[in-house]
Design a protein around this ligand. Sequence first.
Ligand SMILES: [Zn+2]
Length: 221
Amino acid sequence: MAFSGIEATAPAAPTHGADDGIAEAVRVLLSGLGEDPAREGLVKTPDRVAKALRFLTSGYDRDVDSVVNDALFTVDYSEMVIVKDIDFYSLCEHHLLPFFGRCHVAYVPDGKVIGLSKLPRLVEVFSRRLQVQERLTSQIAETIAAKASPLGVAVVVEATHLCMAMRGVEKQNSRALTSAMHGVFRTDARTRMEFLNLLRPGGGGAVRRDVTEHATDAEHS
Ligand SMILES: [Zn+2]
């Protein structure tokens, strides 16, 4: 699966502020649910929800450039870099309910590497927004492709969606898998299989391996 056709540009960032109306909206929501927003247990809920939502969508305020730009290093080799099992939590934009799981990122550098610790931060920038899993996956991949111009980049996201699990739409334990493959991960089956094999349980953690001998087609698709 690939999602290169999906526009990876971030949607316009909503403005966040103390007087953004979220708390008032939650009061209306509580009333709409038949609750009494003035009762003891709920009286502070609108402010708590507003604060929580601002944090859970704080990725809108984060600048991708500031996360990545000071962590790009020039290197002289082309080895696969993999960071797997990056935990993330996001909110589905259709139901405002959480979806969460793990993200696996791999790329084959072409003269530039991104500091390893920046990859989980990049995942955070895009997951702390209202999202759909497919767009989250492609935004991570396309940002790495744009910033490091690697020979290839691959991102796999596996997630549980509470909008499915809690509403009983699908089996409670089903997970959704999405992937985005660019460059050698798309054009070279061996590189792609190596990456996917390493995602299996016991397949290793952050792994580097020389793939220069079959990294000939560097075109990003
Ligand atoms: Zn949903």
